[in-house]
Design a protein around this ligand. Sequence first.
Ligand code: C2E
Ligand code: MG
Ligand code: MG
Ligand code: MG
Length: 286
Amino acid sequence: EVKKNGKNGYQLFSNELDNQLLLRFEMESDLRKAIKENELTLHYQPQVQALSNEVIGVEALVRWNHPTKGMLSPGLFIPLAEETGLIYDIGTWALREACRQMKEWHDAGGPLIPVSVNLSSRQFHQANLVESIRDILEETGLEAKYLELEITESMMMDPDLSTEILNKLNDFGVRISLDDFGTGYSSLSYLKQLPIHRLKIDRSFITDITQNASDQAIVATIIAMAKHLNMEVIAEGIETQGQLDFLTENACKEIQGYYFSRPLPATEVEETFFVPYRQSRSILRE
Ligand code: C2E
Ligand code: MG
Ligand code: MG
Ligand code: MG
């Protein structure tokens, strides 16, 4: 909508678009402030060995504890952070905080499990990514093998470039997992030559898996393919016993989802799962 606006000429935006821009601008400056004032926090969701209920890893998921809007989920601000470049600061912070926390848990006698951290596309293509990760591991004292980076198929649009980045990361000793697997456009011929340790089956294939024959076929195929490619496989978004049964019957042993636990603040993770760790196994299914 182009409006005539008196002597100032044309007002190019409708009021609604104006409001959207304002909100966006406000949110961007809020987010800048949030980084400085420690309003960001990480929650951790356990990844579980389905048969034993053993916690085999945790995924770090960022939250924004907004002063007036409450706890905001990443879907509400990561896209803006990605567009504005704020993702570099947020991503570096998340990597450092996740590594620091996992090292603290290891030192306190917690299980020697890895922490998974999501990378956005801009982070993945950041020129100094490997150096930045090396610095963070050095600083926090976490061994590289206890850090897993979650990337998505959409970041691999340039196969040669992503192969180069992934090889550098792999040589360095961190683990790589392919998040939301099945929703992007992975070229299977590249998949076999990339140093990817694990496929994470996307939640969209799990939701209706007890009824939907196509989802069943897709998931069974991903599990079989991972096995043949010598990759680990984990299913995301398990909420029910029925979904869990399908996966275990189809030899997918690793599970992440609300059925076992929602993402939790660090203190709740330790109380529920790590202290003392042996008791956690029985707590899970009660
Ligand atoms: P993701 O990496 O695929 O993370 C899984 C999302 O599914 C999380 O949402 C988690 O809370 C949710 N989830 C887990 N189990 C279940 C379940 O059983 N049912 C349902 N309905 N949902 C489940 P969350 O925490 O809102 O994160 C959304 C996305 O934001 C993540 O998707 C990831 O792509 C991104 N993200 C989160 N933290 C970071 C971060 O530190 N850096 C970057 N770059 N992205 C992040
Ligand atoms: Mg993830
Ligand atoms: Mg995912
Ligand atoms: Mg994702």
